[in-house]
Design a protein around this ligand. Structure first.
Ligand code: UN1
Length: 513
C-alpha cells in the first residue's frame, strides 16, 4: 500500500480539517494550512486546514455535552466500547502501522509495534473498566463507614509528540475513556495524518454504537494558539502532555497557575551501566537497539553508556562493529534497521550536538555523517554516532533527540556508576547489565537509580504497557499507561456515612445542644 492508498483506506481525502468530534470533521474558518511531509522521501502526504479558536470552542462545547452523557454510562459498558475500538485497531494494524512509518519515519516493525501498543493498552483498559475501585477504611466512630470513590473527571487534554504519534494518545485516551472522561487530542504538527486516521477509526465505532459525538475529539492546530488554549482552559481539569522539558516547564506553569492537574512526560537522558560483570552477549544488542531504534527519537532512547574501565575497549570495539553493520534507509524496507529523523531541523540539531560535544573534548568513535545521495533525498537521514565523552559535558547533560550514544568510563564500584547515571537533570529510564545480584540490587535500592524506569539486563527503551510509565526530575513526574496510573484520570472522593442514631464527632470533640 502506498501512502495515497493508505489515506484513501482511512477515508482521508482532501480537503482535510483539523477539528473533529465525530465522523465528519469540522470545516475550519481559518486559513492556516499544515503540510505533512514524509521524512522517508520528502513527499507531501497531505495538507490540513488547521483548527482555529472557533473550532476549538465548538469542540470543547461538544466534549462537555458528551461528558454529561458518558459519565453516566456504567464503566464496564464504557469498556465494551473501548473493546470495539481495540477490535477495529486490530483490523487496521497494517495500514495504520504503515501510515505511522510514512509520516514519522520509524521502521515498519516499530510502526506495527506502535499500533500493537495501542491494542495492548486498550485491552488493559477493557479489564480495568471492571476494576475501578476505591478503598473502604475503618471509621474511628461507632456505626460509621468511611470509603473512597473514584469519579469521572471531565474533558482531558492530551497533547502528544511526533515520536509516538498514536500510541501515546491510546495510553491516555483509552484509559481516560473507561474512567468516564472525554478526550481532546492535540497531536504533534509533524504527524497530523496518523491522528486523523485514528480519529476516523474511533468515530466510526462511536457512530455504530449510537453514542453522541464529542467523546473522542481531535484538534490539530499550532501550539501557540490551540496548545495554549488547551493548557489554560479551566474546562479541561487534566492535561497530559508528552514533549520536551522546555515545553513542559511552560505548560506546567500555566496549568499550575489555574490549579489544574497535569501528567508530564518530558525529556529523558537514559543511561545503561555495564559493570565488570556484565554479559556482553545480552548487552550489546540492547545498547544498539536502545540507541539507534526509532533513530534515537524515543524519550526512552539510550543516550549514555557508563562502562567499567576493564570492559571499555571490548565494548567500544563491539559497538563499532555493530554500528558498521547497520543499514540505514527507507524504514518500510524490512532490510533496513534505521529510518530518517523527523525533519531537517532534527538533522541540524544532531550535527550541532556532535560539533559541540567535540569542542568540549568528546571523541567521535564512529558515524555522525549526514547522508545524501540516492535514497536519502529527503535530507533527513544520518549515520548514528558513537562518542567517547564525560558525563559533565554540557551536551551529555542535555537530551538531543537523535542517535548519539555517549560512552563514559568509570573505574570504581557500582555506586560510582549509579552516581554518574543519576548525575543528569532528567530521570526517565535507566538500566544495568550485571550478573551479580548485589550490583543489581544496588541499582534498584532506595539510593540506586533515581529514574521512573530501572531495568536489569535489558535496555532502556521498549517498556511494556502493564507498568506505570514516566520519570522523575525534569522528566516531569507523571505516570501513564498501566498499574494504577488510571487514578490520575479520575477524581477521588472520600465519603463518611453515619448509619447509627447518634452524632459522634471525630477526634473526640464534644458539642451538645
Ligand atoms: C516515548 O518515547 O514517548 O518504552 C514513549 C518505550 C515505548 C514508549 C516510548 N513503549 O520505548
Amino acid at each position: 500500500m502506498n501512502p495515497d492508498e493508505i489515506l484513501r483506506h482511512f477515508g482521508l481525502t482532501e480537503p482535510l480539517y483539523g477539528a473533529g468530534v465525530g465522523r465528519e470533521s469540522i470545516p475550519s474558518s481559518g486559513t492556516s494550512l499544515l503540510q505533512s511531509r514524509s521524512p522517508v522521501d520528502g513527499r507531501l502526504l497531505g495538507t490540513i486546514h488547521q483548527a482555529g479558536p472557533e473550532e476549538y470552542e465548538q469542540v470543547m462545547k461538544t466534549a462537555l455535552a458528551a461528558f454529561v452523557h458518558w459519565r453516566r454510562v456504567p464503566a464496564p459498558q464504557r469498556g465494551l466500547v473501548v473493546r470495539r475500538i481495540v477490535d477495529r485497531l486490530r483490523a487496521h494494524k497494517d495500514p495504520l502501522g504503515r501510515l505511522v512509518s510514512w509520516e514519522m519515519g520509524k521502521s515498519l516493525t516499530e510502526g506495527w509495534g506502535e499500533v500493537q501498543e495501542m491494542i495492548d493498552i486498550g485491552d488493559l483498559a477493557v479489564g480495568l473498566s471492571r476494576q475501578l475501585h476505591g478503598l473502604t477504611i475503618v471509621s474511628e466512630r461507632p456505626d460509621h463507614r468511611l470509603m473512597e470513590q473514584y469519579h469521572p473527571l471531565g474533558p482531558v487534554a492530551v497533547i502528544t509528540a511526533f515520536n509516538f504519534p498514536v500510541a501515546v494518545w491510546a495510553w491516555n485516551a483509552l484509559i481516560a475513556a473507561v474512567c468516564g472522561d472525554v478526550v481532546l487530542w492535540k497531536p504533534a504538527s509533524q504527524t497530523p495524518l496518523s491522528a486523523l486516521a485514528v480519529q476516523k477509526i474511533v468515530a466510526e465505532v462511536l457512530a455504530e454504537e449510537n453514542l453522541p459525538e464529542g467523546i473522542f475529539n481531535l484538534i490539530i492546530g499550532p501550539g501557540s494558539t490551540i496548545g495554549e488554549r488547551l493548557i489554560s482552559d479551566p474546562r479541561a481539569p487534566l492535561v497530559s502532555l508528552t514533549g520536551s522539558t522546555r515545553i513542559g516547564r511552560h505548560a506546567a506553569g500555566v496549568i499550575g497557575g489555574r490549579l489544574g492537574k497535569y501528567i508530564m512526560e518530558l525529556g529523558g537522558n537514559n543511561a545503561i551501566i555495564l559493570t565488570e560483570h556484565a554479559d556482553l552477549g545480552l548487552a550489546v544488542p540492547s545498547i544498539v537497539f536502545g540507541a539507534v531504534g526509532t533513530a534515537g527519537q524515543r524519550c526512552t532512547s539510550t543516550r549514555r553508556l557508563i562502562v567499567h574501565e576493564s570492559m571499555f575497549d571490548r565494548v567500544r570495539d563491539a559497538l563499532v562493529r555493530a554500528y558498521s553493520s547497520l543499514r540505514i534507509g527507507n524504514p518500510l524496507d524490512a532490510n533496513n534497521h534505521i529510518g530518517p529523523l523527523i525533519d531537517q531541523a532534527a538533522v541540524r540539531d544532531f550535527a550541532k550536538a556532535l560539533d559541540h560535544v567535540q569542542s568540549e573534548g568528546g571523541r567521535l568513535l564512529f558515524g555522525g555523517k549526514v547522508l545524501d545521495g540516492p535514497g536519502y533525498e529527503s535530507g533527513c537521514y544520518v549515520q548514528p554516532a558513537l562518542v567517547e565523552a564525560e558525563n559533565h559535558y554540557t551536551m551529555v547533560q542535555e537530551e538531543t533527540f537523535a542517535p548519539i550514544l555517549y560512552l563514559i568510563r568509570y573505574n570504581g564500584d557500582v555506586n560510582q556508576a549509579v552516581a554518574l547515571q543519576n548525575g543528569v537533570p532528567q530521570g526517565l529510564s535507566s538500566a544495568i547489565f550485571t550478573t551479580r545480584m548485589n550490583e543489581a540490587e544496588a541499582f534498584l535500592c532506595p539510593w540506586g537509580s533515581d529514574c521512573g524506569l530501572a531495568n536489569v539486563n535489558l535496555g532502556t527503551s521498549g517498556a511494556e504497557i502493564g507498568g506505570a510509565f514516566g520519570g522523575e526530575k525534569e522528566t516531569g513526574g507523571g505516570r501513564e499507561a498501566g498499574s494504577d496510573a488510571w487514578k490520575a484520570y479520575m477524581r477521588r472522593q472520600t465519603n463518611t456515612i453515619n448509619y447509627g442514631s447518634a452524632m459522634p464527632l471525630a477526634q473526640g470533640v464534644r458539642f451538645e445542644l
